[in-house]
Design a protein around this ligand. Sequence first.
Ligand code: DX5
Ligand code: ZN
Length: 223
Amino acid sequence: MTSPPLWDLPALAVAPSILAGDFAAFGDEAESVEAAGADLLHVDAMDGHFVRNLTFGPQTVRAIRARTRLPLDVHLMIAPPEPFIEEFADAGADGITIHAEATPHLDRALTMIAERGVRPGVAIAPATPPDALSFVLHRVALICVMTVNPGFGGQAFLPNAEDKIAAVRHLVGDRPIRVEADGGITAHTAPGAKAAGANVIVSGSAVFKANDRAAAIAALRAA
Ligand code: DX5
Ligand code: ZN
């Protein structure tokens, strides 16, 4: 069995989510957070079916790709994800994360991502137990622990989210899998997420709505 391609990132990576950016100016927004010190750009694709919100598809990812050197961490909130994997890969995604809840054929879908040379990720919504990941650990470069219910930015970090991150970190052990916390991360909630074992911090509102984005990213890194 071949291993999936892995992420080469700093020990703690900060990934601003462009969902909180200006939808009329994604190129400028990507350039802005690259200059402000982001490590990754998190891109939330939503289908209006898996989640009750619609964002954008591969063409938008391709347009953003042309405007930044940041690796694109594409989070698909699409069910089923399989019909779109190839298009998002071709659009320039560096990582594609799919939801465990979004397909009955998670193993195959993750393999499809790896076969395109893209880093496979699996996300779990708040009610999904970490056990759902046990038999795909060898397939993934990243596990996205949703720390809010997926669908919208600007929600509050869930009270039991740190326990969930810790349970996933325990499951991962010393495998080279990145553990990403996504949703409601601010300078206030980041320390708990990191202490619980997250090493990729996604943040939408706390970065894009800040007056000083570089300071906001630095605060998340330092928190
Ligand atoms: C939620 C998205 C998150 C969101 C985070 O469904 O997956 O990535 O953009 O935004 P904040 O940081 O505002 O909660
Ligand atoms: Zn996301």
